[in-house]
Design a binder for this molecule. Structure first.
Ligand code: AMP
Length: 471
């Protein structure tokens, strides 16, 4: 199936779930949670809810406020719900891939599933299902996982048992929320590549890809679901099962770009970590500039850290149109550059005649940096220095972010002096890899650093052939 633009990097998905006391409208809280997690996926959204008798699902293409009407929310009755925001990766743009995954044929669902992550290897799941007589054509990784768990649920009659049996077959990155009529299970791969947190909500529980959405529903963060752990909540309370030995490897890019600054990852404030990146950058690459300007939004904390350390004024000299989401993906380079112009506009009065430092969180293909240098110069900047608060992205991701192929990652194909020439900046700096790890403050071995180092903690199977390590 085709992708919208195979070369743009995209993040994939958010999950959110509520197990409440009887009488609570879990779907409405899930709606608020998904609204808060919109930054993790803007292509489609869905909620499944149950009152213990029937599971109802509503899902469609679009942003959270476009997908649900008041009528839809009213119909999603019950004290239990799971929800999902999707950003397509390998499945392409099609509402049939919107989640939660439901059974395509069965009239009444016995099991619904929401998945954040990606399985680089899933042939084993389709072979298993085919062997059992199931039709698997066109199913993506999440749908295959749903089918396999459903198979074991029918066979064993127990959700816990079904997940335990299916779990060893899942090879890749996954945070799953799985709901039956009386239980919600939260499951994380043994590396914990994508985040998943647990909170208390009145007499019940809340699960969320990021802690910021637990705050939105006035929940109280308890802890992260551990890598390799399954947590099951039902009327008897919460139980935890360790299904695999944990080897924690949270994706470093969650700190760099994905997560909202008001979330905590591994107990660290994302805002504080990004601010540290700016402080670290100031130590590594101090520039005598008139003004520091962030490219909104994700680089704002780093720019604050950089400017404060070097005592340079910080100005919001680039305005972002916030109604153009992270999905603003264009089919060719010319349109992509127009896209940057629509998304960002410099404020002349701040820039004119100045020696400007511009901070971005990452340089992927180089489009944003190149276009912004041009725009700032056109608006009278004397000098434009580009600083990335992360090292060059050199390797694609296969665990839930759809990065461009390696040939389109500028950091994989050009030396830093050549990138500087290409984007026509007066100078160009990247935060060092060591500096990034220091700023995060988590041991390097507990992070998945694949996009910078090419070290893939989970087997990527045949995709390894696509990777060139000579960069
Ligand atoms: P590029 O213009 O291709 O160099 O991409 C870098 C810009 O894309 C930066 O402004 C980042 O904030 C942003 N970015 C980084 N990662 C992603 C992602 N996964 N999806 C969309 N935008 C991203």
């Amino acid at each position: 199936m085709t992708l919208k633009d195979p070369d743009k990097i995209r993040e994939k998905c958010a999950v959110f779930g509520v197990y409440g006391r009887k009488g609570l409208q879990a779907a409405r809280l899930t709606y608020f949670g998904l609204y808060t997690l919109q930054h993790r996926g803007q292509e489609s959204s869905g909620i499944s809810a149950t009152n213990g008798r029937q599971i109802r699902t509503h899902k469609a293409l679009g942003l959270v406020p476009q997908v649900y009407s008041e009528e839809n929310l009213k119909e999603l009755k019950g004290h239990m719900a799971i929800g999902h925001n999707r950003y397509s990766t390998s499945g392409g743009v099609h509402d049939s891939h919107a989640q939660p995954v439901t059974s395509r044929r069965a009239m009444h669902d016995i099991l619904v599933l929401a998945h954040n992550g990606n399985l680089p290897i899933s042939d084993n799941l389709s072979s298993f299902l085919k062997e059992k007589g199931f039709y698997t054509d066109g199913l993506n990784d999440s749908e295959l996982m749903h089918q396999v768990i459903r198979y074991f649920l029918v066979k064993t009659g127990s959700l816990e048992e079904a997940i335990k049996q299916a779990y060893p077959m899942f090879k890749g990155a996954f945070c799953l929320l799985i709901m039956t009529k009386d239980k919600i299970a939260a499951v994380r791969d043994s590396y914990g590549i994508r985040p998943l947190s647990l909170g208390k909500l009145g007499g019940g529980y809340v699960f969320s890809s990021e802690t910021c959405a637990i705050d939105t529903v006035d929940g109280k963060y308890i802890r992260d679901i551990k890598p390799g752990e399954m947590v099951v909540v039902d009327s008897s309370g919460l139980k935890s099962y360790q299904l695999a030995k944990p080897t924690p490897k949270l994706d470093i890019f969650e700190f760099v770009y994905f997560a909202r600054p008001d979330s905590n990852l591994l107990g660290k404030s994302v805002y504080a970590v990004r601010r540290n990146m700016g402080v670290q950058l100031a130590k590594e690459n101090p520039i005598k500039a008139d003004v520091v300007i962030p490219i909104p939004d994700s680089s704002i904390p780093a720019a604050i850290g950089y400017a404060a350390t070097l005592k340079i004024p910080l100005e919001f000299g680039i305005t972002k149109n916030r109604y153009i989401g992270r999905t603003f993906i264009m089919p060719d380079q010319h349109l992509r550059e127009r896209g940057v112009e629509m998304k960002h506009n410099p404020i002349k009065e701040i820039i004119k005649g100045k020696n400007v430092v511009v901070i971005d969180d990452s340089i992927v293909r180089g489009t944003t940096a190149k276009k912004l240098v041009q725009m700032l110069k056109k608006n009278g900047a004397k000098k434009v220095h580009i600083i990335s608060s992360s090292p060059p992205v050199k390797f694609p991701d296969f665990y839930g972010i759809d990065t461009p192929t390696q040939k389109n990652l500028i950091g994989a194909n050009m030396s830093i002096p050549n990138i500087k020439k290409f984007i026509k900046a007066d100078s160009l700096y990247f935060l060092s890899y060591k500096g990034l790890i220091e700023a995060i403050g988590v041991p390097e071995e507990e992070l998945c650093t694949a996009c910078f180092t090419g070290e893939y903690p989970i087997d990527i199977g045949k995709k390894r052939k696509l990777i060139n390590y000579t960069y």
